[in-house]
Design a protein around this ligand. Structure first.
Ligand code: SF4
Length: 459
């Protein structure tokens, strides 16, 4: 929901890119020419463990396009587009489930609906989406964590009732700012009263975990106005809060306006300084209010129930993505459909998806070898506040992270980003290391992934 992926700010600053999945989709490429070149899903999944899969369904529709957003989504759904999209999702789910086979147990341990805005769908369409997950894929939504993203204007009582009834355990709402002028500056105009009403409806639906997304670094935002947003969010006692630094990236609304880091008059260093200051203020405020830090962005109320996955894709289990913006992971291939940020390109890709009859092969992706798997493990564990147990890494890979990544870890150490008190059992970031997660993450990218991302042409 909150568009925060690749960075476009200067390469030495603290805000280079948000690494929530490695490798990034911009390192994916078409998987061979012609049907023969594209791997069959049944072959890809044949030797994989399938008893603790994650299911993700991507709904690429929003009512408006937020100025900072570079996620795969379009504005509105003319005609019967949502129906056609769900029809395609149904065909895809059938093909994927067939490909998983029945020789070994197939079980889903977690599910999520993201976007875009899943609640752009009507209550009836959400029922259908849950049916696809349950009846086609075999996911038992009522017995596993199910997370759903929403927005203030689409979090209506009828939709929330469906979601609660079907087993949703977590609702995440993108608020970004409770200050109306800031919401306008981030090109997401909304009235605070509408946001508050939506939060009330979510609480009324009694879904166990509420997450609120907020953004800092918006033009005109001050420490005082940031505190206003934080306190307005805290008044709802959300179980989780995500604090996102604002990024301005190519082809987004703000990118086209030429504001923020890309503005000729906007000195990067001053903006970085502002974001770091607001980050620290936000972090300290939440810690003082009884929240614990899970990662740079994620905070959890210390007394909140917790049964969901952490702030990262599980290290070893597979992921099945449905929908044209969704990724799937086997142990050796990450795959998806084509990716774009520009509206016309996105519309074309969605139209192509809805017209697809044959979903039996992977289209676009990147093979992940042993070296990349180690990087991914280190990266995703290190970006968690609790850190990485070295023994766990050694158990999985038969080597020590200091043997595999000596240069990177020495560099982090020299910058004061590693917590010396956690050694030797743990590799854990210091508070400054966590603050610099978006610089540290990209430092761990392999040269090959870096080159592929650099060669990617934004569209
Ligand atoms: S509501 Fe839609 S446009 Fe706005 S950040 Fe979320 S996905 Fe992007």
């Amino acid at each position: 929901m909150t568009g925060t992926t690749r960075g476009s700010t200067h390469s030495s600053g603290p805000y280079r890119s948000y690494v929530y999945a490695y490798p990034h989709k911009t390192a994916y490429r078409p998987l061979g020419d012609g049907p023969a070149g594209r791997p069959l899903l049944s072959d890809l999944w044949a030797a994989e463990r399938k008893d603790a899969l994650s299911l993700y369904a991507h709904i690429p529709f929003c009512e408006v396009r937020c100025g900072f957003c570079n996620l795969f989504t379009r504005i509105g759904a003319p005609g019967e587009l949502t129906t056609r999209y769900l029809d395609a999702l149904d065909r895809q789910a059938t093909a994927v489930r067939d490909a998983l086979g029945d020789e070994e147990p197939v079980r889903f341990a977690a599910a999520a609906f993201g976007g875009g805005t899943p609640t752009f769908l009507t209550a009836g369409e959400l029922e259908r989406l849950c049916d696809i997950a349950e009846k086609r894929m075999g996911a038992d939504l009522r017995s596993v964590p199910l997370s759903v993203e929403t927005s203030p204007s689409t979090a209506t009582a009828d939709r929330l009732a469906v979601l609660a009834d079907r087993g949703t355990t977590r609702v995440s709402i993108g608020v970004q700012s409770f200050v109306e002028a800031e919401a306008r500056a981030a090109v997401r105009p909304q009235h605070r009263s509408d946001v508050e009403a939506a939060l009330g409806r979510i609480r009324d639906a009694r879904i166990p975990v509420l997450n609120i997304d907020l953004i800092y670094g918006i033009e005109g935002q001050t420490e005082a106005s940031w505190r206003t947003s934080l306190d307005a969010a805290l008044a709802w006692r959300p179980e989780e809060l995500y604090l996102y630094p604002l990024y301005v990236r190519p082809l987004t609304g703000l990118g086209r306006l030429g504001t923020g880091a890309d503005a000729p008059e906007g000195p990067d260093a001053a903006w970085d300084e502002q974001r770091l200051r607001l980050y620290r203020a936000g972090r300290d405020h939440l810690l003082a209010q009884g929240y614990e830090q899970v990662s740079m962005r994620m905070f959890r109320r210390a007394d909140a129930p917790h049964d969901g996955p952490e702030d990262y894709a599980c290290q070893t289990d597979g992921m099945i993505g449905l929908g044209c913006g969704a990724r799937s992971y086997t142990s050796s291939l990450h795959y998806s459909f084509d990716y774009a940020v520009e509206m016309r390109e996105i519309r074309g890709i969605i139209d192509g998806f809805t017209a697809t009859e044959d979903f039996s092969r992977a289209e676009v992706g990147r093979y992940v070898d042993e070296d990349e798997t180690r990087r991914r493990h280190l990266l995703q564990s290190l970006l968690q506040a609790r850190g990485m147990r070295r023994a766990e890494y050694r158990e999985r890979f038969g080597s020590d992270p200091y043997d595999d990544f000596p240069a990177e870890l020495e560099m982090f150490d020299a910058r004061g980003w590693l917590d010396a008190t956690a050694r030797p059992a743990l590799l854990r970031l210091s508070p400054e290391g966590l603050a610099h997660s978006d610089a540290l993450g990209p430092d761990l990218f392999s040269p090959e992934v870096r080159a592929a991302m650099a060669a990617y042409e934004a569209k």
